[in-house]
Write a protein that binds this ligand. Sequence first.
Ligand code: NDP
Length: 600
Amino acid sequence: MLPERSIADPQAPIIDQTTTNIAKTSERDLRETQDRYDAERKKRLRPDGPTQYVGLTVEVTNNLHSNGNIASDNNLLQQNKAQMVIVGAGFGGLLFGVRLLQSGFLCATDILFVDTAGGFGGTWWWNKYPGLVCDVESYTYMPLLEETNYMPSQKYVTGVELREHANRIADQWHLSERGLFQIKVNHLAWNDRATGLLNSPKIPKLDHLEDYKGKVFHTSRWDYDYTGGSPSSPTMHGLQDKTVGFVGTGASAIQAIPHLAQWAKKLVVFQRTPSAVDWRHNHSTDRAWWAKMVQAAGPGWQRERMENFNAFLSNESPLPDVDLVDDGWTKMQSFGLDLHRQETIRHRVETTVIDQATARALKPWYPGWCKRPCFSDNFLTAFNQSNVSLVDTNGKGIRTITNRGILVNCQEYDLDAMVFATGYSLGGSADLGDLTVTGRDNQILQEKRQKGLTSLHGVMTNGFPNLFLSGPYQAGASANQVYVLDQLAVHVAHIISEAGKVISEKTPNVTFLRSTIEPSSHAEGEWTSKVLMGARALGGGFHCTPSYFNREGLQFEDHEVLQAAQFSIWGEGIKSYVKEIEDWRQTGGLAGLDIQSRPV
Ligand code: NDP
């Protein structure tokens, strides 16, 4: 009998194993598929790699829609003192705040969030495109469900519900008034920070974009003034007489395209590489199932569910007895041969999309883990609508804009609007962008990193006291980013509160102290060596079709290899990373950290 916590969700779909095992592939088929994968990959390689993109800045694309006004009159700016500044007010920043409060070291008024967004939610504040849904199960993804006693309305909830949840967390921990919004941090010195990953939208470098006379925006800056509708009701009447060009077919695109297909007079989708789109099977949460599941599993159920999800994603051996999440993610064979799955997905395209030329172009020819896996029940069928067409650029992508639209293969497509779903630079602490971080002795973090990234646990670095980073380099990673952020938040909260205890023990009678926490060079050297031993940044991925997962397929020069390996994630998997940092905390003594204090 299965343990009680695996109580079956009555609304979960029954997965037909005969279709998942569709392909009984011969050796010849295998070779042909591999050759096709190689040919498709080579078609897409280009010498400029990641520099083929530009950030979404006002200078580059001055007709792109942005909601960001700098709020210079915010009261908090006047009282700009806080014990802890958290850069980024998304789920990551909020988790850092909550875990610090729970550690008992700070109270809400000691914390200040700063964010370029206009409120809490991070990527879920910026992204309001129609169809936005969390692509990881919400019971696993939404943070602090136990503490907020919140039941997500669906297995995969909308962006609107995720934004509401961010506000719920801020309210519950009295952090709502602690946000400084629509503020861009340009310079950090002696402050603590945590930032999100996907907050720097990018578009391809395009010839003559400035000549285009129509409307342009990125999916992460959706312009409902232009399209009509709203995030909670995307009835986009404004598009009923418009021809819309849509660039990109990644994870955001497959969610937005069905809605545009419903409202636009014409929708022209420009594709470089098709996504591998599996079934989604979203459904409402069954209240009775939820109550039973939460009760049966007891306190800690969400962490257990998150770790069960991670186990299936990383193909742990042995696997847990029960697959609690039981969806398209957990059915993927991590880092293994996933030929059968990809064959099934290609077969699905063939049997769903009526026009066979379009179907051929929509088939993905690469191993599943080369790109973010996608799930949708209505993306492929959108191409059966008479107002929707696909322009496949044969792996080249669009490069030239005219004053009327997009030029591909000498054909000009007249467009009233262009929507870019072309992704993000790895923002936040991954790519500091134009944020200058100055540490001890005027050392600049970017300059230190150019010599080789070093850290303790991926969260602190020597020379930058009181600066806390939120990965991803030299830290663990998972498709469920919220789980990782929570682990980092708990870890940082522990470090800060334990350091506080050390300081009060050392100087019991002094109230006002300026304190610093900083890893020693030796400790970060040791951690970096461990990271290098399991480095995966170079080990895999380069056989893959280009994407932001593998530097757009750009190989490293010999002299870059060691340095690049330092920009790696913890190669032994998220479970091993969490064990490392938990063991370190368990051992006590804040090994490798130098704690100093002096009276103010
Ligand atoms: P992606 O980077 O995944 O996709 C960008 C798309 O733009 C790709 O299809 C890419 O093609 C295409 N593209 C780039 N340049 C050109 C060009 N010149 N011409 C035509 N097409 C081009 O961005 P997304 O916004 O879709 O997703 C980014 C990340 O955001 C995801 O990986 C995921 O982590 C996250 N996300 C999460 C969601 C969630 O629910 N949790 C939902 C949506 C996104 P090519 O493949 O050839 O590079």
